[in-house]
Design a protein around this ligand. Structure first.
Ligand code: ADP
Ligand code: ASP
Ligand code: MG
Length: 414
């Protein structure tokens, strides 16, 4: 009999009917003798609704109080699912993040799980009950409620699977696995029966929201057997593999994107060592993640310095950068709040320089201007105007032969 951690995302628990369907699935697994921890998200749309309420009062609301508010979404779902399970005669009890022993750091809105006291859940499982746990939330060092960032219930599930040494962590969502790109943008996208941990990590970090990046990091660190499946259909989904090459090892295995980008440029800063640290120091002190960075030296002793941040953090970053611009005597700060990032990912690309050329030619043919470029051994990312995002994703998906039925082996991207 297996110990399984199952996670159901927002759409999968989006109505009472869906919650009853989840309860039936869980009940069947319990009757088969499996020990089950079920992590749930807020019902679909609920977290955004709560965010909207707070924004109606204050655009810069305190992160501590935002977490108190946002964590209520998941609490509704654990109550409802536990009620639905009990109605079916399935012994179950609910746990908030804190009750499930999840301790985090103090970074409200994007807290990291530091430790898990697995005793409460072990005790629950030992009595034959299903443990229904609120995703996305934990207890900070000062005892306050924290949340783990958007999509954080994935991370709750994988972290619990690691702590409990579960046989498998199954992420049930509204698509039946990990695809070559978001199937909602490119209907020709193909499900990958397996994907390497490294590729999944890269796709998630570059915006493929099917798994939150931190859940993949946890999975890699503790080698958690991890699978993405549909909560609506049967099927084997996508298995995340460790240390095995991809089935096909294509040059490019997937395309990820993020709409949530904003860029900030500080123009005319003195071109001297340490200036980059002076610009980014306050941003980093404010716990704002900087993504892509470009510095252009102008030859007159000055430079322009551009970087991108998540749109959620744009307003705070701009305020800090304007202060830095004053201190450095820079010309001005320019911003673009409607950027997007599109990335190609593949373990096979690291020694194939032709991949970059294929990508840039493809975007050029579509008339899409790249504003920043970042590369690593297994990815190339470009920042573009958001209005071209869908076109870019589809064109690149075609250019790299990723579509259903495409002959990947015959591709020559050199
Ligand atoms: P949940 O509410 O279950 O956590 P999410 O909306 O967070 O679900 O994640 C699932 C969504 O991720 C899919 O509906 C799909 O639009 C999107 N997605 C983005 N990239 C991919 C990809 N490569 N493969 C599958 N889904 C993807
Ligand atoms: N409810 C949270 C969100 O919408 C967490 C999650 O769904 O994983 O981001
Ligand atoms: Mg999600």
């Amino acid at each position: 009999m297996a110990l399984l951690v199952l996670k159901f995302g927002g759409t999968s628990v989006g109505s009472l009917e869906r919650i009853e369907a989840v309860a039936r699935r869980v009940c069947t697994l319990q009757q088969m003798g499996h020990r089950l921890v079920v992590v749930v998200s807020a019902m679909s749309g609920e977290t955004n609704r709560l965010l909207g309420l707070a924004r109606g009062l204050d655009l810069d609301a305190s992160p501590e109080e935002m977490d108190v508010l946002l964590a209520t979404g998941e609490q509704v779902t654990i109550g409802l699912l536990a009620i639905a399970l009990r109605k079916l005669g399935c012994a179950a009890r609910s746990f908030t993040g804190e009750q499930a022993g999840i301790h985090t750091d103090a970074s409200h809105a994007k807290a990291r799980i530091l430790t898990i006291d697995e005793q409460p859940l072990q005790q629950c499982l030992a009595t034959g009950q299903v443990a229904v746990v609120a995703g996305f939330q934990g207890r900070g060092p000062d005892g306050r409620i924290t949340t783990l960032g958007r999509g954080g219930s994935d991370t709750t599930a994988v972290a619990l699977a690691a702590a409990l040494k579960a046989d498998e962590c199954q992420i049930f969502t509204d698509v039946d696995g990990v695809y070559t790109t978001d199937p909602r943008i490119e209907p020709k996208a193909r499900r990958l029966p397996r994907i390497t941990f490294e590729e999944m990590l890269e796709l998630a970090s570059l915006g493929a929201k099917v798994l939150q990046i931190r859940s993949v990091e946890f999975a890699g660190k503790y080698r958690v057997p991890l699978r993405v499946l549909s909560s609506f259909d049967e099927g084997e989904g996508t298995l995340i593999t460790y240390g095995e090459p991809s089935m096909e090892s294509p040059l490019v295995s997937g395309i990820a994107f993020s709409r949530q980008e904003a860029s900030l440029t500080i123009l005319g800063v003195p071109d001297k060592p340490s200036v980059a640290a002076q610009i980014l120091g306050p941003i980093s002190d404010a716990n704002i993640d900087v993504d892509m960075i470009v510095q252009n030296t102008l030859g007159d002793g000055t430079a322009d310095f551009t970087f991108t941040v998540n749109r959620e953090e744009f307003r705070r970053a701009r305020t800090l950068l304007e202060q830095v611009a004053d201190e450095l005597g820079a010309d001005c700060v320019q911003t673009n709040e409607t950027m997007a990032k599109v990335s190609i990912v593949g373990l096979g690309m690291w020694n194939h320089p032709g991949v970059a050329r294929t990508m840039f030619e493809c975007l050029g043919r579509e008339g899409i201007n790249m504003q920043l470029i970042a590369t690593s051994e297994i990815k190339i990312s470009v920042a573009i105007d958001e209005k071209y995002l869908e076109l870019a994703v589809r064109a690149l998906h075609d250019a790299f032969g990723l579509a259903q039925g495409a002959d990947v082996s015959g591709m020559n991207n050199n």
